[in-house]
Design a protein around this ligand. Structure first.
Ligand code: NAP
Length: 366
């Protein structure tokens, strides 16, 4: 069922509606017009709610992240994804690069087989890894993911980041000096190949990840563009709140999806150990105490109230449950302002291996 923002709320889903209304109210001026035109679709997913993408498909606003460090046994991904589905998550975020799609797929198939969910209740995202960016390789990457998953389509397939690397079986091809072997592939050509995957029915929706606004514009202004990106998945949390990129995406009908919303996985292979611990921030802790919630729940709720789709990774049963309990409380506008003021443009995942690539995305302000 679909309501536009201008229409009233329904008791059954009052909570989701008030979320949408709040973000319309806080975004004044230029942004307001586009937000009002944006429609929010409510689904009865145990009080979760969904946003309508610019291609008409629905994306649940809270997603379950599946990236885990190499040291974590892959089987954990099956167990955790099953728990996530049991507690109510319907949006699962995965990637070819995570090397656990077989295990995540097992969980999906088990939960479909035991009657907990139907395939159409789930929203599954995969990503095209950088070594498959040459147009002739894009479909191959998606087909490999589908094979591992045991599914015949994904709900969303996104370009993992704009910086291509040398094709081959190595996920991280390196030269003799240990430097990543980058190559330049026009992201518009990769996008065209992804459009063909959508036309072939392999993915319902297509989008991008880690793109800055100029790179989004490159796609949006591409002559002969068939489909606009539905979303841009980026690092986003109170220390990097992406307000400018969010405003840009809103104005173009692109949904912003937040990763590392809880302060990241802190995998030492990717993230510096001296990075701040987001969930120990005194402001988040005080707000959490006031609402009788945890800092993690506050960090997730913050994104929902700004109209951002948010991912949360946990392989721990208690925390998976906790992360889903974010639809039954509301942050005040003072809370939201206090969290906004924590922004310090701090990025956990700098992806420095791609720093020398002409498309390295993080040198732009947004
Ligand atoms: P995150 O969601 O910010 O945080 C995960 C970490 O927080 C884990 O160490 C987890 O440990 C812990 N945690 C989870 N819930 C918690 C809670 N309620 N209280 C305290 N600690 C909690 O991590 P992320 O992996 O960086 O991002 C989430 C997802 O986004 C990934 O899994 C992946 O799907 C996606 N992602 C995408 C990209 C991209 O380039 N597109 C990059 C990074 C991530 P336990 O497991 O022990 O609970």
């Amino acid at each position: 069922m679909t309501w536009s923002r201008q229409q009233g709320s329904r008791d059954r889903n009052k909570e989701c509606w008030s979320l949408a209304f709040y973000s319309a109210q806080v975004n004044q001026g230029k942004e307001r017009q586009s937000l009002i035109a944006w429609t929010v679709d409510i689904m009865d997913l145990k009080h979760s709610c969904s946003v309508k993408l610019n291609d008409g498909h629905l994306m649940p606003m809270l997603g379950f992240g599946t990236f885990a460090s190499e040291e974590i046994p892959k089987s954990k991904a099956t167990e955790a994804t099953k728990v996530a589905i049991d507690v109510g998550f319907r949006h699962i975020d995965a990637a070819y690069f995570y090397q656990n799609e077989e295990e995540v797929g097992q969980a999906l198939r088990d939960k479909i087989a035991d009657g907990t969910v139907k395939r159409e209740d789930l929203f599954y995202t995969t990503k095209i890894w950088t070594t498959f960016f040459r147009p002739e390789l894009v479909r191959q990457c998606l087909e490999r993911s589908l094979k591992k998953l045991g599914l015949d389509y994904v709900d969303l397939c996104i370009i993992h980041m704009p910086t291509a690397m040398q094709p081959g079986e190595e996920l991280m091809p390196k030269d003799a000096n240990g430097k990543a072997i980058l190559e330049t592939v026009d992201i518009r050509d990769t996008w065209e190949a992804l459009e063909k995957c959508k036309d072939a029915g392999l993915s319902k929706s297509i989008g991008v990840s880690n793109f800055n606004h100029k790179q989004l514009e490159l796609i949006l202004n591409k002559p002969g563009l068939k489909y606009k990106p539905t979303c841009n998945q980026v690092e986003c949390h109170p220390y990097l709140n992406q307000s400018k990129l969010l405003e840009f995406c809103n104005s173009k009908g692109i949904v912003l999806v937040a990763y590392s919303a809880l302060g990241s996985h802190r995998d030492p292979n990717w993230i510096s150990s001296d990075s701040p611990y987001l969930l120990e921030d005194p402001v988040l802790m005080t707000i959490a105490k006031k609402h009788n919630r945890t800092p993690g729940q506050v960090a997730l709720r913050y994104q929902l109230q700004r109209g951002v789709v948010v991912l949360a990774k946990s392989f721990n049963e208690k925390r998976i449950k906790e992360n889903f309990q974010v639809f039954d409380f509301e942050l005040t506008s003072e809370d939201m302002k206090a969290i906004d003021s924590l922004n310090r443009n701090f990025r956990y995942s700098k992806m420095s291996f791609a720093m020398d690539h002409p498309y390295y995305p993080f040198l732009e302000e947004y």
